[in-house]
Write a protein that binds this ligand. Structure first.
Ligand SMILES: Cc1cc2nc3c(=O)[nH]c(=O)nc-3n(C[C@H](O)[C@H](O)[C@H](O)COP(=O)(O)OP(=O)(O)OC[C@H]3O[C@@H](n4cnc5c(N)ncnc54)[C@H](O)[C@@H]3O)c2cc1C
Length: 451
């Protein structure tokens, strides 16, 4: 278990459980805790570890041992496989480079022991390689491919059955995992604190889904009309649950489809477009484009236009440190950066404005992209995910977009400005929540909409 940290609606776990049943061999779950996360923030680590503690507890109810392993991945896998006389390993899927490398190394290590590794996509409703066999141009081109397979994959999965006592006896562990000790001993960057709006784990994820879709007059009833208004607070807040695999996208789709007649077809369709089509498009991009995190992954028209405008004079240049601290002349940008830092989640509409401004204020697209990805992944609880790479690449490098009217710095990359935001929502209401953003804007010589 790596990307999909849940027991319910988990295709990979279900497949492993079926294998165990068919071959009358015991089933165990193994999570490898890497030493090399890019950001070991308290925000990210605690969400992860507490979520895994719940997985451990759920698996216990099913007589399935859970192993939390640290150290060198290949050594540990080999030791585990030998000690447990492993018959077969099943792993979930991620399109990200580092994660794919892990899977490759594990598969090579296991193949030396004659143990096969099966990869099951438990993250996409339509498995990434089934949806398309190539990098898709845009949402328009992948949408019909995804929908073509929907009937086949949008189906209830059976629950994982309790492991038979005779099999459980063979693999039963003497000691339980001491999660408190693990959490207390983990070294974490405490400057990036836990969030309060999202509790970790599978139960909290289901509650968040129901809160968004099912309760009386839920937020989804306003989704289509208000999802781009950061003051309206109508979006689902489900991204961390999807990204840590605590919530199955399939479950989300089935609940949404079931609620369509009550909550308005237009709202449900808009939510399905984001949580199914756009999300699976991100996996498609990262799976088929090795350069998903750098400018070489951009379409050729975008690379050409960015190169042609590389030397354009910038109105203002800011360093990574100034940007991280929200010290620009733009109060909306500063407020967005503070929302990211304090709340661990920047509103979706503002993410686009935020990233595009980084392009405007840095020396080149390569620098802009690297800063945007750094800030995105360090502070957003839903960071370190294909959606983040694609969001930054869309904003700065034209991925999944088209060329627009040419202008300085941006070239043909779609432009966004402050006035455009004012037309979309009450900028002042948003900025007022962050007095520091106003102060820094004035310190940097800007004029704030809040006097
Ligand atoms: C610069 C930039 C950076 C981004 N970084 C991330 C990131 O690190 N992690 C992340 O999950 N999303 C990222 N996004 C996409 C999107 O902004 C977030 O998924 C969304 O804001 C999360 O909030 P929500 O769950 O309340 O969204 P909702 O509007 O309720 O959407 C439901 C779900 O649909 C998916 N979704 C929504 N918008 C998009 C999109 N544009 N592309 C792909 N999937 C989408 C997400 O899984 C989301 O949880 C980024 C977008 C941009 C422009």
């Amino acid at each position: 278990m790596e990307r999909d940290q849940r027991v319910g609606d988990n295709h990979a776990l279900l497949y492993a459980s079926e294998l165990s049943h068919n071959y009358n061999l015991p089933l165990q779950v193994f999570y490898f805790y890497p030493n090399s996360f890019r950001f070991r923030t308290a925000r990210y680590e605690l969400f992860l570890l507490k979520g895994l503690a719940e997985v451990d507890w759920r698996l216990k109810q099913l007589n399935i041992p859970f192993h939390f392993i640290r150290g060198s991945l290949e050594d540990e896998v080999v030791n585990f496989a030998q000690a447990e006389k492993l018959g077969c390993a099943v792993v979930d899927f991620s399109p990200l480079k580092e994660k794919r490398e892990w899977r490759l190394k594990v598969s090579q290590a296991l193949s030396r022991l004659n143990v096969s590794l099966v990869e099951v996509d438990a993250h996409n409703i339509v498995p990434c390689w089934t949806a398309s066999d190539k990098q898709e141009y845009s949402a328009r081109t992948i949408r019909s491919k995804l929908y073509r397979h929907l009937n086949e994959f949008a189906r209830e999965l059976p629950p994982i059955s309790v492991q038979a006592a005779n099999l459980y006896e063979k693999v039963k562990k003497k000691d339980s995992i001491n999660w408190i000790e693990i959490i207390e001993s983990a070294s974490m960057d405490q400057t990036v604190a836990e969030v309060t709006w999202a509790l970790p784990g599978e139960a909290a994820a289901m509650e968040a889904l129901e809160d968004f879709l099912l309760k009386i007059n839920p937020r989804v009833c306003y989704y289509a009309g208000k999802k781009n208004d950061p003051n309206a607070k109508v979006i689902s807040n489900l991204s961390p649950y999807f990204n840590f695999g605590m919530l199955s996208p399939l479950r989300s789709l089935l609940v949404a489809q079931g609620a369509a007649h009550l909550k308005g077809r237009e709202n449900i369709n808009a939510f399905i477009e984001e949580s199914f089509v756009r999300r699976e498009l991100s996996d498609n991009f990262c799976y088929y484009n090795h350069n998903y995190d750098n400018i070489n992954g951009a379409p050729s028209w975008a690379q050409a236009t960015l190169r042609a405008h590389q030397d354009d004079k910038r109105v203002k240049l800011y360093s990574k440190n100034q940007l991280e601290k929200g010290k620009t002349y733009d109060d909306l940008w500063n407020a967005s950066q503070l929302q990211l830092v304090y709340d661990g989640k920047l509103h979706g509409f503002l993410r686009m404005y935020w990233a595009k401004k980084i392009l405007e204020w840095t020396t080149c697209a390569t620098e802009a992209l690297s800063i945007a990805i750094y800030l995105n992944d360090k502070y957003n609880l839903d960071g370190n995910d294909p959606n983040g790479y694609v969001g930054c690449m869309w904003s700065i490098c034209g991925v999944h977009d088209q060329g627009w009217k040419e202008r300085p710095v941006f070239g043909k990359i779609r432009y966004m400005n402050y006035k455009g935001c004012q037309r979309k929502f009450d900028v002042r209401q948003f900025v007022e929540q962050y007095p520091e953003a106003v102060e820094e804007c004035k310190n940097a010589g800007g004029k704030s909409c809040v006097s």
